[in-house]
Design a protein around this ligand. Structure first.
Ligand code: FE2
Length: 179
């Protein structure tokens, strides 16, 4: 659950960080991601040491839970309640949403964050591997998690560097005002 929810958070914030037209919205999400990315690193370290101590049965149960959670994550953003309230055909709208470029990008970003961590913490038995194969997301296991985390950190620092620039512009403007 830790891996899935932190991954979901990162994927959601990333959409705003990378695509927001508003610089402040992008910066705030870059900072949040810098922090979230550390949560993922923490979970990864803690769980990697934990799972080898469990029995096979206990690991199997967790794999089943995880796979179900991944299906739910994939399918839950259909906003059916919204379409119903607006009087639109929920099934058609959900289908349109699912196939939209935005949702494709979101799912890819989501599983880029989840799948390699699942492999890394050793929850990588038949249930998960076959399940991810069926879902078509097993390829994300090759993602370099450390590189992603480093990029989250670098992007946040770049935003921070621009904040200094903004502060200097404000300062100059204030000097002009008092001059
Ligand atoms: Fe978090």
């Amino acid at each position: 659950m830790q891996v899935v929810i932190e991954g979901l958070a990162l994927a959601a914030f990333q959409q705003i960080r990378d695509h927001a037209q508003n610089p402040l919205a992008a910066a705030v999400n870059a900072y949040v991601m810098q922090d979230e990315s550390r949560h993922v690193a923490f979970g990864r370290l803690a769980l990697r040491d934990f799972y080898p101590h469990l029995t096979q049965k206990e690991r199997d149960e967790r794999e089943e839970f995880l796979l179900e959670a991944c299906y739910l994550m994939r399918d839950r953003f259909d906003a059916v309640e919204v379409w119903k309230t607006l009087g639109l055909d929920p099934a058609r709208c959900a289908e349109h949403m699912y196939d939209s470029g935005f949702m494709e990008m979101f799912r890819s970003s989501l599983f880029t964050r989840i799948v390699p961590i699942v492999k890394d913490i050793g929850l990588w038995g038949d249930t998960i591997r076959n399940g991810y194969e069926t879902m078509g997301i097993i390829g994300f296991a090759q993602t370099d998690v450390q590189a992603l985390q480093d990029a989250d950190d670098t992007i946040a620092k770049e935003h921070d560097a621009r904040r200094d620039y903004v502060a200097s512009v404000i300062q100059r403007a204030q000097k002009l005002e008092t001059a």
